[in-house]
Design a protein around this ligand. Structure first.
Ligand code: ZN
Length: 251
């Protein structure tokens, strides 16, 4: 199977549709979505309508989705994120709210594992360090583990040269990160496709990934989209100006 892998869409419809069109052209049989469908951006319903229509979709929710549903304390959010959560609550159709309510922040499938943050704390912890990766390894049954939350395209795995060391690095769009397969079994590897709707690695193009489960390969792609159109919608919706500005800087 070839999967399109997306995360942290954050109600950015222009970025989402650019990414889905790009991955569909590459030939995708299924989809993986690592949560944070809404929050920050101006188009929660348009994004959820499009995501719900994806075929063979494995999907989880993130901390922003949970906050919109009032299942996570807003105390954890900065003022901009909080304003967007409150705005989203009154700009979501009943059908899309019901869809979000049916999601969990962690999902085990026969082919891979999904967690928005980490397996041990899927709604809150950012997987950013080798130590965190090591601590979470015993909690995963099926590799690879796909995560989101940090809005950074990242890879974590045990080093090929020294099994005691963990390789932890940024993934750009020029290389294929290869999860290793030992004796037909996928070795532990955590993969973050980066953020579709609000990249934070100083590259303002939407980030996404392609996972080939037969070859065991994962690749990150960066896709340009109409940032100006989204900024105009953010301003027209009365959402904080900072949420418009940061898109241009990829922050
Ligand atoms: Zn997010």
């Amino acid at each position: 199977m070839i999967y399109g892998v997306i995360s942290d869409v954050h109600s950015n419809y222009e970025a989402l549709s650019a990414v889905l069109d790009y991955l569909e052209d590459l030939g995708v049989d299924g989809w993986i979505c690592c949560g944070d469908l809404v929050g920050y951006g101006p188009d929660p319903d348009a994004c959820l309508d499009r995501i719900r229509a994806l075929k063979n979709l494995s999907i989880i929710c993130g901390n922003h989705d949970l906050a919109v549903l009032d299942r996570l304390d807003l105390e954890w959010f900065n003022q901009y994120a909080r304003a967007a959560v409150v705005w989203t609550r009154s700009h979501l159709s009943d059908a899309n709210r019901a869809f979000l309510e049916g999601l969990t922040a962690r999902l085990n499938t026969p082919d891979f594992t999904l967690a928005h943050g980490t397996p041990r704390n899927p709604a809150e912890e950012y997987l950013m360090s080798p130590l965190q990766f090591r601590d979470n390894v015993p909690l995963v049954d099926k590799w690879p583990l796909f995560v989101g939350h940090s809005h950074m395209p990242l890879l974590f795995r045990y080093s090929e040269a020294d099994a005691d060391k963990i390789e932890s690095r940024f993934l750009d769009d020029k290389e294929e990160g290869l999860p290793r397969i030992y004796g037909g079994v996928m070795a532990p590897v955590a993969l973050n496709p980066g953020s579709v709707g609000q990249p934070r690695d100083q590259d303002n193009r939407a980030s996404c990934g392609l996972y080939d489960s037969e070859k065991g390969t994962f690749r990150v792609f960066r896709v340009p989209y109409d940032i100006g159109a989204v900024q105009e919608k953010i301003r027209a919706a009365g959402l904080p100006e900072y949420l418009a500005l940061r898109l241009a800087y990829g922050q």
